[in-house]
Design a protein around this ligand. Structure first.
Ligand code: SF4
Length: 165
């Protein structure tokens, strides 16, 4: 049977604070919505994954192989890292994920902890996208970012020191 390689994008629409220039789908100070959003997301991953499996069997469609998973936002590192673990586990349960799949998470400086990075690593994440935007302190302030350049360097060094990426 044919095999079709696919990528899965998961959107986490929550941020600590809204940057002035942002027109992405993201909401600040809506923590109370996070548990329900994750619950619905896990359900959707399961439903779509199962529907795909049925399509493969009934219509002899190509078998799907996930080559990339990208968790973007918003600020995925703003939500509890246990939610990220649950999302990846749910994808692995409902899809065939390649052993060498590239699994990325977007993180923003000022929202990342050592424990979160360790959890990401154990969940299988092997690529970080760190949202720096600018190395100029005044510009970061002007565009409403919550972090400094030094916060970015702290996040970068933490990830490198742990040798988990
Ligand atoms: S961190 Fe990104 S998604 Fe969140 S408000 Fe800023 S630009 Fe928008």
């Amino acid at each position: 049977m044919d095999q079709k390689e696919i990528g899965i994008y998961v959107h986490i629409p929550f941020c600590k604070q809204k940057c002035y220039y942002c027109d992405f789908c993201s909401y600040a100070q809506k923590q109370e919505l996070i548990p329900n959003y994750i619950k619905c997301l896990l359900q959707e991953i399961q439903e779509v994954g199962q529907t795909n499996k049925i399509d493969v069997e009934n219509r002899k469609d190509s078998k799907l192989l996930v080559k990339t998973i990208y968790i973007g936002g918003g600020t995925p590192s703003y939500i509890d890292s246990q939610y990220i673990t649950q999302i990846i586990e749910q994808i692995k349960t409902n899809y065939e994920v390649a052993d060498d799949a590239e699994i990325t998470i977007e993180v923003n400086p000022g929202t990342v902890t050592l424990k979160a990075l360790e959890d990401y690593y154990h969940a299988g994440i092997n690529r970080l996208s760190i949202g720096l935007q600018s190395t100029h302190p005044h510009l970061l302030q002007e565009i409403g970012r919550i972090h400094t350049y030094y916060d970015f360097m702290d996040t970068y060094r933490l990830a490198r020191d742990l040798r988990i990426f």
